[in-house]
Design a protein around this ligand. Structure first.
Ligand code: C5P
Length: 222
């Protein structure tokens, strides 16, 4: 492994959901399994990269040869990513919650007492956009994901521009696709203006192909 094409290169991968606390026992979360992000971290490590995997709570085992940083919330995930810099490539596969609860309660909210709690939300930082605009610390290659239920490629093109990343892996997560929690993924790789449609693949195969494309890009330009 240490002899792979990415030996000497540093990678950061985000994976999993985030948990946004409501009170000490409750949180807001989403259905991300972490399978795709963990598979990418594993594939980059197999090619020899020094990989830091910043992950929200998942059931996935920690891939061999990867440094794991376990986090809960989006704010913690951003801080862990910034701590991992500088890296040569960042792949943001986490399903970061768009919002957090503005004022987390320090004690468990009680249903007794009549009034319903109102959860005021605050916007979470966009980790992908932050890494893409990290100035001197910007990774040479920043890869994001776009999970869409319709107009997958059009939305991915807009996302690439909006986030300032270099590549977008766009995938269909409509309920009929079985992507969330499933083993398969049908993706399109958008590199700047260049679009590649990949056939239906397992998440491991998507990870393997993406890691190889990253190695070609970095080693070819580095
Ligand atoms: O905007 P949207 O959530 O669809 O963008 C998805 C991409 O942005 C993914 O790569 C995801 O990891 C990243 N993202 C992020 N931080 C956020 C929201 C999304 O890194 N707060």
């Amino acid at each position: 492994e240490a002899l792979g094409p990415l030996r000497g290169w540093r990678a950061l991968v985000t994976s999993g959901p985030t948990h946004e606390p409501i009170d000490p026992v409750r949180y807001i979360a989403n259905r991300s399994s972490g399978k795709q992000g963990h598979a990418i971290a594993a594939a980059l490590a197999r090619l020899g990269a020094a990989v830091t995997l910043v992950s929200g709570p998942t059931q996935e085992p920690v891939p061999a040869g990867v440094s794991i940083v376990q986090v809960e919330s989006a704010l913690d995930m951003l801080a862990a990513c910034q701590d991992a810099l500088p890296v040569d490539v960042a792949v943001c596969a986490a399903a970061v919650a768009d919002w957090r609860v503005k004022a987390t309660a320090s004690q468990k909210l009680k249903k007794e007492g009549g009034s319903l709690p109102a959860l005021e939300l605050a916007e979470n930082p966009d980790i992908l956009a932050t890494l893409s605009r990290a100035g001197r610390n910007r990774p040479a290659l920043v890869v994001g994901f776009a999970a869409e239920t319709e107009k997958v490629v059009a939305h991915a093109r807009a996302k690439l521009a909006r986030k300032g990343c270099d590549w977008i892996v766009a995938n269909d997560v409509s309920p009929s696709s079985g992507t969330f929690g499933g083993t398969n993924n049908t993706v399109h790789l958008l590199r700047g203006d260049t679009l590649e449609d990949w056939p239906p693949l397992s998440k491991e195969e998507v990870a393997q192909r993406l890691a190889m494309a990253i190695a070609e890009h970095l080693v070819g330009t580095g």
